[in-house]
Design a protein around this ligand. Structure first.
Ligand code: ADP
Length: 244
């Protein structure tokens, strides 16, 4: 428990740092982006080399990428600045996640909710964004035409969400680096390598866990366990048991 606490304090410090840095960097970055756009527009009217035009286009692409990274880092800001925890039912959580996903992906998302409306206490939006990221990863890895399956179940203590895809899975060299900040195998611009790192951070802060099962060529299964709020009957039953 002591170790757990030290670890969660460390995560919290890291989250605060990341959110602070993201916030500080976003203003100057926005200024640079505006100026870069103006320069590009002016260069377009001038007799300059194609190389120079390509350079300014590259600057703008890379600025976009920086902004994307900062956006993801500040997904964590709600946590760091203490987005309030609220009770959320599994169906509310699913609705929230669905609302964050592209409609084209929704057609290929199979949700099986067997959790009987389990309730969890969480920073609702931040958690939904994190889970959406994991589902998006599953789609990114999925071959055309295959579905992503999300299963929700309840155990004694947890709401368990399992996200399964039929993608290529992860080779060992990827698997060992999973959760490392900025580790990505995606094209520059497509991935930031922060998704799993931040999701794990958010989930562990509310005492949940994230586990990945993957073999090369055999799809990937992501298992997220979230602490379930006990219902009044359960608390009463536990009390009766203790009373014996
Ligand atoms: P990003 O998606 O921006 O790359 P993530 O932290 O979400 O960042 O993921 C890191 C890497 O983990 C991805 O680049 C990819 O190589 C791998 N990965 C994540 N989810 C899956 C999945 N469902 N199937 C295969 N590889 C995955």
């Amino acid at each position: 428990a002591e170790l757990q606490r030290a670890r969660s304090e460390k995560l919290e410090a890291l989250g605060t740092l990341a959110a602070g840095a993201a916030h500080e960097l976003s203003t100057p970055l926005a200024t640079i982006a505006v100026v870069a756009k103006e320069v590009q527009l002016e260069l377009a009217e001038m007799p300059v080399s194609d190389d120079l035009k390509a350079d300014i286009a590259l600057i703008r692409t890379e600025l976009d990428r920086c902004r994307h990274i900062l956006d993801q880092m500040s997904t964590n800001a709600g946590q760091a600045t203490g987005e309030t925890l609220a009770d959320v039912t599994s169906s509310q959580l699913i609705e929230e996640i669905r609302s964050l996903l592209d409609v084209r992906l929704l057609n290929r998302l199979r949700i099986r909710d067997r959790s009987d409306n389990a309730v969890i206490r969480s920073p609702r939006l931040v958690l939904a964004q994190s889970l959406r990221g994991l589902i998006k990863n599953a789609f990114d890895a999925s071959p055309e035409g295959t579905d992503v399956v999300v299963l929700l179940e309840r155990t004694d203590q947890h709401l368990v969400m399992t996200i399964r895809d039929e993608g290529p899975g992860m080779p060992t060299e990827v698997l060992v680096r999973i959760g490392e900040p900025f580790f990505t195998t995606k094209e520059p611009g497509a991935g930031t390598g922060l998704g799993i790192f931040l999701a794990k951070n958010v989930i562990e802060r509310i005492d949940g866990s994230l586990r990945i099962e993957s073999n090369a060529n055999d799809g990937t299964t992501v298992v997220v366990r979230l602490v379930r709020q006990q219902e009044p009957e359960e608390i009463a039953a536990a009390g009766a048991l203790r009373g014996k």
